[in-house]
Design a binder for this molecule. Sequence first.
Ligand SMILES: Cc1cc2nc3c(=O)[nH]c(=O)nc-3n(C[C@H](O)[C@H](O)[C@H](O)COP(=O)(O)OP(=O)(O)OC[C@H]3O[C@@H](n4cnc5c(N)ncnc54)[C@H](O)[C@@H]3O)c2cc1C
Length: 378
Amino acid sequence: MGLSVSIRREKIAEVLIIGGGIVGSAVALGIAERGARVMMLDEGDCAFRAARGNAGLVWYQGKGQGMRQYQEWTLEATRGWPKFVDKLEELTGIEVSYRKPGGLNFCLSEAEYKSRRDLIDKIRREAEPDDYDCKMLDRTAVQELLPTIKLGDSVFGASYSVHDGHVNPLALLRALHAAFRGFGGYYYPGHSVFDIRQRAKQFVVQTFGGSFAASKLVIAAGNGTGRLAQMVGMHIPVRPEKGEILVTERTRPCLPFPCNRIQQTAEGSFLLGASQEDTGFDIQTNTRVIQCISNRARMVFPVLGKLKIIRSWASLRVITPDKMPIYEASGSSPEVFAIALHSGVTLASLHATKLADWIMDGHAPAGFQNFRCRRFNV
Ligand SMILES: Cc1cc2nc3c(=O)[nH]c(=O)nc-3n(C[C@H](O)[C@H](O)[C@H](O)COP(=O)(O)OP(=O)(O)OC[C@H]3O[C@@H](n4cnc5c(N)ncnc54)[C@H](O)[C@@H]3O)c2cc1C
């Protein structure tokens, strides 16, 4: 009997994306729309996924102090959202419940108010031209904006920006995937990557579901990005940060603005949180933290104390050393890109457009080098 050898060949893509979270799928959509053959590799249901546990804020205010580029990038992203959503909904028929009434960040004491005002003033001074669109409101002005829900006595005021909004994050993820597939993209769930090697002008990527090769590789694997990037000689410093969120039972719509730690969904539930905890890869919820989140929410709106908490979860943010995005490129052939950031929901409109252009054509937006990792070496 002769020896039979079976050779399994790898699947060939023009662009391989590792990670099917909000970041990977937005970039994959943009690249597939440009007509490239794109394959997106993702883990299974037990993966750590910030994309499935976030608050859905499309948020501008308070971001970018110390890096004007990030402030401007966020502003451009929030401005791009209405058009982005129109297109996504038209392509997929999936309603993502996006709205942009502006957003509020509550301050529960005079000290909190002053510290918020100082932060906003700093960002405004750094912004160019001097038109940073965020203002401080006193308690009376905030209550006037919210005639159908009474503020708690501790609310001193809030910051407000017209650029802030909210989306249903799970519907967004679903729509990104559907639009990606609609443009001919291939999605491979259950394909956890364990090895990446360069072979001539290609990267060969090994997964538990088979091998893949491409001349462009995008690593957008959330908290897995650091480990995968090491395989191609890149150092991408990311760490997990736990955030816990509570969901209340549904009630009548009474909060017309998304707020930084309290929002009402289109269905009437309140989302409360999220916390910020440095606990490694632990995603257990914690009773003490849940208590803190609900206490603070009741201090803002005492009526929330009457609603039952029906669900809570914890999930992991993807945090860089200065909490601003990392967009890194090898600049060699074959090319590898690594992306790691918090605020993947907010930035999705740019990831599917300008970031896809950068990856495909090398057209980096002005000042884009500020997002590279070498900023950490200074
Ligand atoms: C509690 C909380 C609240 C948040 N609120 C907001 C908000 O209001 N607004 C906002 O803009 N952002 C928010 N975020 C952040 C936002 O969710 C993240 O920026 C975004 O989800 C990051 O997307 P990602 O695709 O980089 O990572 P993830 O969503 O974590 O996805 C990474 C993907 O990579 C895959 N992967 C990892 N390793 C491998 C591997 N070896 N092989 C194959 N696949 C792999 C995983 O399976 C996963 O699907 C929040 C995050 C948290 C945790």
